[in-house]
Design a protein around this ligand. Structure first.
Ligand code: GLU
Length: 448
């Protein structure tokens, strides 16, 4: 018999926490989504009786495996790898791989859960998954990274495939790692198929995949500003991170005339009061990629370096957290509000703590949720899969147009589902629009 989980969000979360104990990140992600869906489900007899929302909180399966690889001193190192295959209701499992010491089931489950709604929002046929390993790539040689990737893929290969599960990159997994992973997959299967995305252009990859998440977030911001009569060229933008997403968001924003004042890493903030030029961003990209430290890079482009600081301490109109989950807390949020921030764009996945979100809500600040704003990356991954199946490569111009189109469609769906009492709640809209698509598909398959 169905329980009373849908009575209130707390009752629902009690049920979830009982089934998934000790996984705070997972609880945070589910609570965020369920808050926006519980009324929708309660009011829909089909959804309620089929217990759709409850079913969506349980991943199809979680694979966990040992990875043993040899470091440069010949010492065997042991790590743990995972793949969370959350749902293939809309297509093959799809989502990135993260190599980071913080990787654990709770983190990957939250990411795979978020991916479900994000991938649904793209309008493409993409299921949801996420994986990775508790491996720290920092300080490892190129050969160590290669051996690790090969050992990781030796186990993962049997669980993936172009129509089964298609991983891609995420934190700690960039073009180099994707190359090693795909190389090993190809060797094991003796087949060149699109079982991984984010491959380099010329080796089965798609134009614009590298830029897609960052550029897509800025396209989403443009659409959001247009809604309220704003212009990106008038915005002072603080961005956190110095990875693929942050750098490409900075590049596109600078190109459109915005004043991009910060980038950051664990050491501190690179701050340029009058804004980074496109050339500055290219310099940071090159030098940071080559392993230079942030304060040296800052002085080479006439920027300041705020050691130990966060980008959220500087005056801005738009804040774009682009680093990792829960990077922006309550105090940061309050500082941003006090300094007059107007818009938050989540380019990372779940970058705001629940308390930070509350501060922004209380202050009436608009938030572009990650599921919508950072969906450009996985969308272009989806189109990389299409190109691989067709055996064709589409041009850069075409991919940029596709990306703009998809981001505009995501924006429209999010706005449409998020309009409540004349105001738009984009977070609610993204969850409801994604859920609408997934729930209908799940219902059509019967009880399973
Ligand atoms: N890791 C990215 C994300 O969070 C991309 C996933 C993909 O391309 O499959 O959406």
């Amino acid at each position: 018999m169905a329980g009373n989980e849908l009575e209130s969000i707390d009752a629902f979360m009690e049920w979830v926490e009982e089934h998934h104990p000790n996984e705070p990140e997972y609880h945070q992600a589910v609570r965020g989504v369920a808050t926006h869906l519980i009324d929708v489900v309660r009011d829909n007899e089909d959804y309620r009786s089929a217990r759709i929302l409850q079913r969506l909180t349980e991943p199809d399966r979680i694979i966990s495996f040992r990875i043993v690889w040899e470091d440069d001193d010949g010492v065997p190192q042991i790590n743990r790898g995972y793949r969370v295959q959350h749902s293939n209701a809309l297509g093959p499992y799809k989502g990135g791989l993260r190599f980071d010491p913080t990787v654990c089931p709770a983190v990957l489950k939250f990411l795979a859960f978020e991916q479900l709604f994000k991938n649904a929002l793209t309008g493409l046929n993409l299921g949801a998954g996420k994986g990775g390993a508790d491996f720290n790539p920092k300080g490892r040689s190129n050969n160590e990274i290669m051996r690790f990737c090969q050992a990781f893929m030796t186990e993962l290969a049997r669980h993936i495939g172009q129509m089964t599960d298609v991983p891609a990159g995420d934190i700690g997994v960039g073009a180099r790692e994707i190359g090693f992973l795909f190389g090993q997959y190809k060797r094991l299967e003796n087949q060149f198929t699109g079982a991984i995305t984010g491959k380099s252009v010329g080796a089965g990859g798609s134009e614009m995949r590298t830029e897609a998440t960052g550029y897509g977030a800025i396209y989403f911001l443009e659409a959001m500003l247009a809604e309220s009569g704003g212009d990106i060229a008038d915005q002072r933008i603080a961005i956190s991170g110095a990875g693929n997403v942050a750098l490409h968001a900075a590049e596109k924003a600078a190109c459109l005339g915005a004043t991009v004042i910060t980038l950051s890493n664990r050491d501190g903030v690179l701050y340029k009061k009058d804004g980074l030029s496109q050339e500055d961003v290219v310099t940071v990209k090159k030098r940071y990629g080559a392993g230079d430290n942030m304060s040296d890079i800052a002085s080479s482009i006439d920027a300041e370096f705020g050691e130990g600081k966060a980008p959220w301490e500087y005056d801005c109109d738009v804040a774009i957290p682009s680093a990792t989950q829960n990077e922006l807390d309550k105090e940061h949020a309050q500082t941003l509000v006090d300094n007059g921030v107007k818009t938050i764009v989540e380019a990372a996945n779940m970058p705001l703590t629940a308390e930070a979100e509350q501060v922004f809500d209380d202050a009436g600040i608009t938030i572009a949720p990650g599921k919508a704003a950072n969906a450009g990356g996985v969308a272009i991954s989806g189109l990389e899969m299409s190109q691989n199946r067709l055996g064709r490569s589409w041009s850069r111009e075409r991919m940029d147009d596709e990306l703009k189109d998809i981001m505009c469609n995501i924006f429209d769906r999010t706005r449409e589902h998020g309009e409540i009492d004349g105001r738009i709640n984009y977070r609610c809209g993204a969850d409801r629009a994604g859920f609408d698509r997934v729930a209908k598909a799940v219902l059509s398959f019967g009880i399973m």
